[in-house]
Design a protein around this ligand. Structure first.
Ligand code: ZN
Length: 235
């Protein structure tokens, strides 16, 4: 199983690794990787795998049968190769900022309006969030986002911890998620924003809220109580 370095250090940009397997000349599995595989509404990372001065561009990263697979743009990598890897950091960091902003917004929507997130798509230039909310108006939504911006000004830290299945089940908000997770998972990764939010989560995040910048809602769509939609950008 690949060691997923981004789980403990979202800021790791370069590292050395060994090629564990190569399928169809272009699908690479490494012994360790900081390339985040597409998932949770966040696109997979891009970047380079370098072998003896030759760059192999990483064009897609996904998780297949539990393994993180890197698709590269040309053949040449072989099992056992020692390689150096580099993330397209600007792209990843933008996703980290949007992703963490989504945590904060979903926290406020849940606390203030008992709204649940039903979908999201993180992008480079904007992010879409879908949610259910009974008592909805665009004005209310904007007020919640204003509250999110005030919390950003407090610059709370984002930290990663681990919690046992038993511990997670005692927290109603986490436990609801835990119930739906595979029974063989004994320990959950928990992402916290200060002491206001915690979620079971396998993604990449910034370390301080101020890195988000300012959240600005650019569009809202109302398609029924279980189907509200907003688009936001970061400034
Ligand atoms: Zn997350």
């Amino acid at each position: 199983m690949t060691n997923a370095l981004y789980m403990d250090d979202s800021y790791l940009k370069t590292w050395n690794a060994k090629v564990v397997s190569v399928k169809d000349d272009k699908y690479i599995i490494l012994d360790k990787t900081a390339f985040y595989p597409k998932g949770g509404g966040q696109p997979g990372d891009e970047g380079f795998i370098n072998k003896d001065g030759t760059d192999f561009r990483v064009v897609y990263v996904g998780k297949f049968s539990g393994e993180i697979s890197h698709e590269v743009d040309k053949s040449g990598l072989k099992e056992g190769d020692e390689v150096s890897c580099e993330l397209d950091w600007e792209r990843r960091y933008t996703y980290m900022r949007y992703h963490t902003a989504s945590h904060l917004i979903s926290n406020i929507l849940y606390r203030r309006a008992n709204a649940k997130i039903t979908g999201n798509q993180i992008g480079m230039d904007k992010t879409r969030m879908d949610f259910s909310m009974i008592d909805y108006s665009p004005e209310k939504l904007r007020a919640y986002v204003d509250e999110a911006n005030r919390i950003i000004d407090q610059d709370l830290p984002i930290t990663i911890g681990y919690m046992s299945r038993e511990g997670a089940l005692q927290k109603p908000e986490l436990a609801r998620l835990a119930m739906g997770l595979p029974k063989d998972i004994k320990e959950f990764r928990i992402v916290r924003i200060g002491d206001i939010d915690e979620q079971i989560d396998g993604g990449t995040h910034i370390s301080h809220l101020k890195e988000i910048g300012k959240i600005e809602v650019i569009k809202t769509v109302n398609k029924g109580k279980n189907n509200r939609r907003m688009y936001f950008i970061l400034k």
